[in-house]
Ligand binder design. Structure first.
Ligand code: ATP
Ligand code: MG
Length: 229
């Protein structure tokens, strides 16, 4: 039974459209749902159905046309930049569909940066980053620059970077898009480890139906509507 006190975030009557010349294209039409502590939720839906748009709005990286995003019981609509930064540093971690790694830093520092920013010691942060990279099968890649990695390796570095702060919630946009089955499972196992050990919640968009079927809840976004399946 889901407990209302364990609600990490909710979206209420969320709408988003884009204009295409003179047409208005509705991408999200009145979306409602809540994400709870320690659950893994998968969102499937065809390419262009609006999964990334929805995740960006939930992650406070984009604004809806109307509707609310409630995080930790607070309506985020009028959050200042520093309140949004606080959510990103301490509550919600976003893993982008297209990595956004920093090319001027090596792999180890890319992963360590979010904890260095929190004023942790440089050496401790790098050790945490190294341990996480080892777990995600990237031992020996620490000194490489992101440009020297394969797409799937970069994806795992981005994942490590989004997990290193042990956020309450990870929003992951196609986290296994570039990974083979075995590496996808390695990554999903680590999601489960974080869920069981720290109560982390995950909401992920994916085209991988096998992965989606392992989530606690599965939702489908089509024609602007989100339904539980
Ligand atoms: N900034 C924008 N301006 C106009 N249209 C946009 C913008 N961003 C997204 N769209 C449109 O919104 C729709 C949904 O895009 P979105 O990236 O959310 O889809 P998606 O479900 O994540 O697709 P994929 O599975 O390919 O990643 C697409 O038709 C896209 O062209
Ligand atoms: Mg997308």
């Amino acid at each position: 039974m889901l407990n209302k006190n364990d609600c990490i975030l909710s979206v209420i009557n969320l709408c988003k459209s884009y204009s295409d010349h003179n047409d208005k294209i509705n991408i999200l039409s009145n979306i409602n749902f809540s994400l709870y502590k320690s659950e893994v939720v998968a969102i499937i839906g065809s390419s262009g159905s609006g999964k990334s748009t929805l995740l960006h709005i939930i992650g406070l990286l984009d604004s809806p046309d109307s509707g609310s995003v409630i995080i930790n019981g607070l309506d985020t609509a009028n959050f200042s930049k520093s309140e949004r930064d606080g959510i990103h540093n301490y509550n919600i971690s976003f893993m982008y569909q297209f990595h956004h790694l920093l090319s001027e830093f090596n792999v180890l520092d890319n992963v360590a940066l979010p904890v260095i920013i929190r004023n942790n010691s440089y050496e401790e942060s790098r050790q945490l980053a190294k341990d996480l990279l080892d777990k995600l099968g990237l031992k020996g890649k620490e000194k490489k620059s992101p440009g020297e990695l394969s797409g799937g390796e970069r994806q795992r570095v981005a994942l490590a970077r989004s997990l290193i702060t042990r956020p309450n919630c990870v929003i992951a946009d196609e986290p296994t898009g570039n990974l083979d089955k075995k590496t996808s499972m390695l990554m999903f196992d680590y999601f489960l480890e974080m869920k069981n050990e720290y109560g982390t919640s995950f909401i992920m968009a994916t085209h991988d139906l096998d992965l989606a079927s392992m989530a606690d809840r599965k939702m489908c976004l089509e024609y602007g509507n989100l339904s539980f399946i």
